[in-house]
Design a protein around this ligand. Structure first.
Ligand code: HEC
Length: 118
């Protein structure tokens, strides 16, 4: 016996699946865009882990970028030095002036200072 042709509903179902895939892609793209833009209520530590830990290590001991922890050369520098490094970038370190406002930079410097006192 011959099979019945696909019902129209089956084709529509395919369309819905496509829509679901498109929506899913949009969600993924939007999520990717928000990476690197910390929220207003994020702590200095959270901002550090989000933006800096890749290169300076989660525990500040350095990697691609220099050690920022206790006894490091930046621990002996004034706050302005760290602020400038963050805002302008340094060597191969990118500038973060477009992703952080001055309050977030303050919180970040505060976090580094706290860790450097340990
Ligand atoms: C892509 C890797 C990368 C990221 C991300 C990064 N840095 Fe850096 N950072 C570096 C490199 C490399 C240097 C050394 C630059 C030079 O002096 O040539 C550096 C230097 C610094 C310095 C100066 C240290 C010194 O002793 O001269 C500070 C302070 C600093 N980074 C803080 C931060 C903070 C805070 C963040 C997060 C907002 C951050 N960095 C994110 C790579 C990075």
């Amino acid at each position: 016996m011959m099979r019945a042709p696909a019902e129209p509903g089956a084709i529509e179902g395919g369309g819905n699946l496509l829509k679901a895939v498109v929506v899913l892609c949009l969600v993924v793209v939007l999520a990717a865009c928000s990476v690197g833009r910390p929220g207003d209520d994020e702590t200095g530590q959270e901002i550090y882990q989000l933006l800096c830990a890749n290169c300076h290590a989660e525990d500040l001991t350095g990697g691609l970028g220099p050690d920022l922890g206790p006894g490091s050369s930046s621990a002996r520098q004034p706050d302005e030095f760290i602020e400038l490094a963050i805002l302008r970038g340094r060597g191969s370190m990118p500038s973060f002036s477009s992703s952080l406002d001055s309050e977030q930079v303050d919180r970040l410097v505060g976090y580094l200072r706290e860790e450097q006192q340990r």
